[in-house]
Design a protein around this ligand. Structure first.
Ligand SMILES: Nc1ncnc2c1ncn2[C@@H]1O[C@H](COP(=O)(O)OP(=O)(O)OP(=O)(O)O)[C@@H](O)[C@H]1O
Length: 254
């Protein structure tokens, strides 16, 4: 049951979110009135063709981009309001990108503990204990002292996920986290995300991995030209033969 249906306030709600880039004739509307809810412990997966606005949607939630109009409500508070302290909001969220963005000159453990130490001012010992526990969880404790270029792509992405989770964010934003990986490395990252979802991690995920969306999503939101074209359970959105545009999109992905 959705948060709205159960009467609970979702952790995250987007209401009428609009975003465009450029001006005049070059103006491009990327998000055209998006409504979306993510309940606590839910996994909402956003799918759609390239350029449909998936990354932009995650970026406005993480306050990396401003919205032109609409609300981004975190626990009911509109965090898109320019008066809100963006750093305080970002401390409650964590985003993982397609390119893992690990610092190449820092060992894996130092990558994972950097934000806790520098941003959150945790003592080094406490940060390292939490960092090692998180690396253990993603199966990388044995790589804590390695540098990123000594890890496979899948391991680097798992390290990036450990880094995102170490401070205990309320919402994990995942933007095409398997797109840069060789096909044989995709499975290990998806398995980790499945395990996180089973633990109740609240997630908003943009992906092209339809199999993953089927396995992991409580709700699939299909974006098309900046609008929500379909939403529902994976079976409703991905498998219903009457949903012609969704089928067309899935055919193109094959
Ligand atoms: N900073 C920007 N300036 C101008 N246009 C942008 C900017 N960021 C994104 N866009 C445009 O907005 C549209 C949506 O981009 P976005 O990255 O959100 O799509 P996407 O669905 O995530 O695509 P993909 O699946 O290829 O990652 C695209 O047409 C893109 O070119």
């Amino acid at each position: 049951m959705s948060a709205a249906a159960s009467g609970e306030q979702p952790l995250l709600s987007l209401r009428g979110v609009r975003k465009s880039y450029g001006t005049g004739a070059a103006r491009k509307v990327v998000l055209d009135g998006i409504d979306l809810d993510v309940a606590e412990h839910a996994c909402v997966v956003v799918v759609g063709s390239s350029g449909s606005g998936k990354s932009t949607l995650l970026r406005v939630v993480d306050l990396l981009d401003d919205v032109d109009d609409g609300q981004v409500l975190l626990d009911g508070e509109d965090v898109a309001d320019p008066w809100v302290d963006a750093n305080a909001v970002r401390a409650r969220l964590a985003m993982v990108f397609q390119q893992y963005n690990l610092f190449p000159h820092l060992r894996v453990l130092d990558n994972v503990t950097l934000a806790p130490r520098v941003v959150h001012r945790w003592p080094r010992a406490e940060a390292e204990q939490a960092g090692l526990a998180m690396l253990e969880k993603v199966g990388l404790a044995h790589k804590a002292r390695a540098y990123p270029d000594q890890l496979s792509g899948g391991e680097q992405q798992r390290a990036a996920i450990a880094r995102a989770l170490v401070t205990g964010p309320e919402l994990l934003l995942l933007d095409e986290v398997t797109s840069a990986l060789d096909p044989e490395l995709v499975g290990e990252v998806l398995d980790l995300l499945l395990a996180l979802r089973d633990e109740g991690t609240t997630m908003l995920v943009a992906t092209h991995e339809m199999g993953f969306a089927r396995d992991v999503a409580d709700e699939v939101v299909f974006l098309h030209e900046g609008r929500v074209h379909e939403r529902g359970t994976p079976a409703e959105v991905l498998d219903d033969p009457r949903r012609e545009r969704t089928r067309e999109f899935l055919r193109r992905l094959r």
